[in-house]
Design a protein around this ligand. Structure first.
Ligand code: HEC
Ligand code: HEC
Ligand code: HEC
Ligand code: HEC
Ligand code: HEC
Length: 432
């Protein structure tokens, strides 16, 4: 193995000194230990031409960037400032049930920092895809930000198998194919930078958060849902970053003499954040006719710039309703599931035979076996679900809850991966 070592010392006007040692070793594990303070062999003034390059490409460990970009690294690697949680995932495989869990902490790493070590995709790919490296978005090579108007967005190329482990790094999003660091500013940095306004737009997220053509109701459509349902009709001006990377004023590189800027928090709360999923939907119960038993549940997408639930077909939102009598006894109950389809058509058990001959057999069967369900609720949509419970004359309480589930394919009674996101009730009278 060839090793070359460069020690860099950047002397700042204020007198503070940053020492970094970059060793051109081939595995992230080895490199990890080398962000320390070695003897300096080279002195550079702030403002000198870039001295850092990243021979490891997107396998460059994020710790390295974190030596200078401290607050951003803390958010990325610890989820500092978010309510991110990873309870447990019950994974039903053909080798029996597995519970995958994380130790309980205030927060877990951002899901991007976690993408290479998250046990759930690793298990899914072993069970569903025969170990094939299908999940290239979890360990991508450098890509160009795509044209946001393209009908179909290409997925990134994956890194080679021995370099997968580092997962999604700072460099995955910031390193351009020609070795520069992209960002929103025109700055002087100890590495080559390139100002690219597209990094503050949804196009930056498109490669990994969309796969294939726009098919309403299907999985892996987040960017396309945003473009077609939210942005084009003018429901909102927000790009992904405006909701998922809220900004604060601070320095980008703490130990350098640089101005305070509006910096995006690198947290990306999504399905693993009760705060985030609770902000997505609102609900109203309506007794359709005075004295009559028909109930309308209006589920309204008030908070997401795309469908809810979005992304992977594993995600689901349940609407669970019940009618209770005067002594709290439950008289009737009903449930609906909102979830993305696995394929270009609604999940349906009538395709089970056909699925067994497909390359994605395990995943296709898993989805179709659950049978028909409600499609996700689109940006700005109000979905009305109607239910007429058999009720005699009298007074009742109608209760409704929305529950978010990270994995709809396990036993629905397993709540380790679920979060209640909304609850409401209505007192009704049924006429004789
Ligand atoms: C999933 C993609 C992604 C990853 C991973 C990522 N960033 Fe960013 N980064 C962005 C985007 C998008 C912006 C622009 C945010 C905005 O202002 O809209 C940004 C902005 C920045 C900026 C400029 C300040 C700002 O917010 O405008 C710095 C510095 C930065 N990132 C450093 C890092 C470091 C260090 C890491 C790893 C610890 C990292 N990024 C990981 C997407 C990413
Ligand atoms: C030796 C310190 C150091 C290291 C290591 C470092 N950076 Fe920087 N970086 C800086 C400084 C200083 C700036 C300029 C900050 C300013 O002007 O506000 C900067 C600027 C940036 C910007 C903004 C660029 C723009 O044009 O808007 C991004 C993004 C960024 N760095 C990402 C990274 C990533 C990703 C890594 C690791 C692959 C990394 N940096 C490693 C010091 C460093
Ligand atoms: C290089 C591919 C890539 C890019 C670019 C990317 N993401 Fe992601 N993102 C992922 C992967 C992979 C995961 C899932 C990781 C996991 O759950 O193990 C993820 C997870 C997330 C989550 C959390 C989902 C959850 O399950 O909690 C959010 C929110 C998110 N991304 C938003 C964004 C936004 C906003 C952008 C653009 C600024 C972006 N991502 C850019 C690949 C990417
Ligand atoms: C108006 C605010 C808003 C905008 C704009 C927005 N999101 Fe979201 N996002 C949400 C909310 C609320 C949720 C939680 C509900 C859900 O999972 O659908 C969410 C959830 C997510 C998740 C979690 C999915 C999962 O499986 O855990 C991802 C990934 C995501 N968004 C990516 C994006 C991307 C990429 C864009 C831009 C193309 C974007 N979001 C634009 C508000 C927004
Ligand atoms: C186009 C990019 C892309 C590809 C290709 C991809 N993934 Fe993902 N994956 C994501 C994103 C983005 C998320 C974040 C959640 C979401 O959007 O719902 C994710 C989330 C997941 C999750 C849920 C993780 C969690 O924390 O709950 C699993 C499991 C998963 N992926 C497995 C796979 C498998 C298996 C393959 C190959 C068939 C694959 N992925 C291919 C982008 C991708």
């Amino acid at each position: 193995m060839t090793r070359h070592r460069r020690d860099i010392c950047i002397l700042l006007a204020a007198g503070a000194t940053i020492l970094l040692s970059l060793a051109g070793v081939s595995t992230p594990q080895e490199l990890r230990g080398t962000v320390e303070k070695p003897p300096a062999v080279q002195i550079a003034q702030a403002g000198d031409p870039a001295v850092l390059d990243f021979p490891q490409g997107t396998a460059t460990p994020s710790e390295l960037c974190g030596a200078c970009h401290k607050a951003i690294y803390r958010e990325f690697s610890e989820g500092f400032g978010a309510d991110l949680q990873y309870g447990e995932i019950l994974y039903e495989s053909d080798q029996g049930n597995k519970v995958l869990g994380m130790p309980a902490k205030t927060s877990i790493p951002s899901l991007h920092a976690f993408a290479g070590i998250d046990p759930f995709p690793a298990h899914a790919r072993a069970i569903e895809e025969g170990g094939m490296s299908c999940d290239v978005c979890h360990f991508p090579q450098p890509f160009d930000i795509p044209d946001a108007n393209q009908a179909e967005i290409a997925k990134p190329q994956g890194r080679s198998r021995e370099q997968e482990a580092g997962g999604l790094t700072c460099a995955s999003c910031h390193l351009t194919p020609d070795g520069k660091i992209r960002g929103p500013y025109d700055v002087t940095a100890p590495h080559a930078t390139i100002k690219d306004a597209a990094i503050q737009t949804a196009a930056m997220c498109a490669n990994c958060h969309a796969l294939g053509k726009r098919v309403v109701g299907k999985q892996t459509q987040t960017f396309l849902e945003w473009r077609e349902d939210f942005n084009k009709p003018g429901l909102g001006r927000q790009h992904c970053q405006d909701c998922h990377m809220l900004r604060t004023e601070r320095k980008i590189a703490e130990d350098f003499e640089v101005p305070v800027r509006a910096v995006a928090r690198h947290l990306w709360t999504g399905g693993h954040s009760p705060q985030r999923v609770s902000s997505a939907l609102s609900m109203v119960i309506v007794q359709a006719e005075d004295g009559g038993p028909r109930l309308d549940f209006h589920v309204i997408n008030v908070g997401a710039g795309h469908s809810v639930p979005t992304g992977s077909n594993r995600r689901a939102v349940y609407l669970r309703t019940e009618v209770a009598g005067p002594n709290e006894e439950v008289i009737a109950s009903e449930q609906w599931m909102f979830a993305p389809w696995f394929q270009n058509r609604p999940d349906d058990p009538k395709y089970l035979e056909q699925d067994r001959n497909e390359p994605n057999a395990f995943a296709a069967v898993q989805a179709d076996a659950q049978g028909p369900h409600e499609a996700p609720i689109r940006a700005g949509e109000e979905r009305i679900l109607t239910w007429t419970p058999p009720l005699a004359a009298g007074g009742y309480t109608v209760r409704a809850r929305l529950v978010y589930d990270l994995n709809r394919y396990n036993d629905p009674k397993f709540t380790g991966d679920q979060a209640e996101i909304y609850r409401t009730s209505l007192a009704i009278k049924i006429a004789p």
